[in-house]
Design a protein around this ligand. Structure first.
Ligand code: UD1
Length: 451
């Protein structure tokens, strides 16, 4: 539990390192090489620990020196179901091990993933693509076993939705499959492009065409890579929103304008100010509240280059301080607005609707999913007892508690926030936040439940 004495503007500087959503995938890609890989700028987050554990049980030698990760996959071997379960917890990362392990060992195992707090998060696209590559999928009570008795062969596949994970699945499987793969309706998030850079360094041939078409020409073997990941644009947006919601001023060292264009437009439309310093070593973006009222906006989340769904929650907290009615239409996940009930408890005026408000109809319309929010501001937030439901919602609860008057108690911090935000308590303290951990609460909370 973390006690937050709110009401202090956050001021100072934080540094963001490699994007969580690339680092874990680049670590999986190392499995495909026949020589060691080096990944730099790796953040100290729980997801990195999870993938490290999974790589090690599969025989990969993993060493962390500062923020540089060395991975030697030359002795990859089979892991037991129990070992995989212990290291995976309920993380979704094991799904992405399938292609590389099928290539290397002819067998892979996916533990039962269960649901999570932002919707069902199915893996049907992943399994369907793997089947078409030639995998035999065997669902058992302990999880899903996959084998590739006749090897893996290139496919022509069209995703029903440009899923990030399924696109990564196809890339990680196609690079060494026999023949050419054409993926239609692919995700083109910056983290996908960076994964393509990693695979290209390893020797892959991947062409990104117009209209979300990605073509992969399978090659016989891949080597290792040396790579510095793109910076974490989700963490950067979280600190930016925290600066705005608390009336503060935060320099996010390492954040990159090009990956954040859509967010920056929204930030400015709401009334926030920013300044880009593009020095390659010391640069970043300064975000601040320039004073005066914030402006309401109508927004919807979308796949890249739209407004990223992981930016939605911190923006909504800032919108509780805008002068008028704002709309947030969540179109990527059916159930990613649940965290607003805690914000309501803190005094925010937020109503949820199952209609598609403020934009084009999406997949979740007329299906009883509360996926549109109307936010009436400005409201003075007050302290509350908060239980964090998942990673991104959790950070937005922290922002709300920092903006609120009084002392909030936030539960679930170790379970969720540490998955995606490194040293966030030190960073908060460095920005002047008044936070405390009661002595008895310093023990680690249980392992996280979603990806
Ligand atoms: C990744 C990111 C997450 C981000 C999301 C969307 C990581 C570790 N996580 O999650 O932070 O919010 O992209 O940008 O990189 N879907 C299916 N069937 C499938 C796969 C997905 O229906 O087989 C649906 C999902 O339920 C969801 C939508 O597709 O509604 C998008 O999911 P997806 O892009 O796959 O998200 P992740 O890769 O899990």
């Amino acid at each position: 539990m973390l006690m937050i004495h709110g009401g202090t503007p956050l001021e100072g500087e934080v540094t963001v390192r490699g994007a969580k959503n690339l680092v874990s995938k680049a670590m999986v890609a190392a499995l495909l090489g026949n020589s060691p890989s080096v990944l730099r700028g790796v953040p100290a987050i729980r997801d990195v620990e999870v993938v490290t554990g999974l790589l090690r049980v599969h025989g990969v030698d993993v060493d962390l020196d500062g923020d540089t990760l060395y991975m030697d996959p030359t002795s990859v071997g089979q892991a037991g179901v129990d070992e995989i379960n212990v290291h995976a917890g309920t993380s979704r990362i094991p799904i992405l091990f399938c292609g590389p392990l099928l290539h290397r060992l002819g067998h892979a195992f996916i533990p039962d993933l269960g649901g999570c707090n932002i919707g069902g998060r199915p893996i049907d696209f992943h399994l369907e693509a793997l089947r078409q590559f030639g995998a035999v999928v065997d669902k058992t009570p302990e999880g899903t076993h996959l084998s590739a008795p006749d090897g893996l062969h290139g496919i022509r596949y069209e995703l029903d939705f440009p899923s990030v994970g399924a696109t990564e699945q196809v890339l990680l499987t196609a690079v060494t499959a026999e023949g050419t793969t054409e993926l239609r309706n692919a995700a083109i998030e910056p983290e996908i492009m960076d994964l393509i850079c990693v695979l290209q360094k390893m020797g892959a041939i991947i062409k990104v065409h117009t209209n979300r078409v990605i073509e992969v020409v399978g090659v016989g073997a891949l080597g290792g890579y040396s790579h510095r990941p793109l910076p974490d644009r989700i963490e950067a947006a979280s600190w930016a929103s925290a600066a705005l919601a608390t009336g503060g001023n935060v320099f996010v060292r390492g954040s990159n304008q090009a990956d954040m264009m859509t967010f920056l437009n929204v930030f400015r439309s709401i009334g926030g100010a920013y300044d880009v310093d593009d020095d390659p070593l010391e640069g970043g973006i300064r975000f601040w509240h320039p004073g005066g009222p914030l402006k309401p906006v109508a927004l919807e989340t979308d796949v890249h280059p739209g407004l990223m769904t992981d930016w939605q929650q911190p923006i909504v907290v800032a919108l509780t301080q805008a002068d008028g009615l704002s709309i947030m239409h969540e179109t990527v996940y059916e159930n990613r607005l649940g965290y607003t009930s805690e914000l309501r408890q803190m005094g925010a005026g937020i109503e949820l609707y199952s209609d598609c408000l403020g934009g084009a109809p999406c997949r979740w319309g007329r299906r009883n999913f509360l996926h549109s929010a109307v936010i009436a501001g400005p409201t003075k937030l007050h302290a509350a007892e908060l239980r964090i439901p998942d990673l991104r919602a959790g950070f937005s609860h922290l922002i709300a508690a920092l903006a609120a008057e009084g002392t909030s108690r936030v539960y679930g911090v170790d379970r969720y926030i540490t998955r995606g935000y490194e040293n966030f308590e030190d960073k908060l303290r460095g920005l002047g936040a008044k936070i405390e951990r009661p002595a008895l609460e310093r023990t680690r909370e249980p392992t996280p439940a979603d990806a």
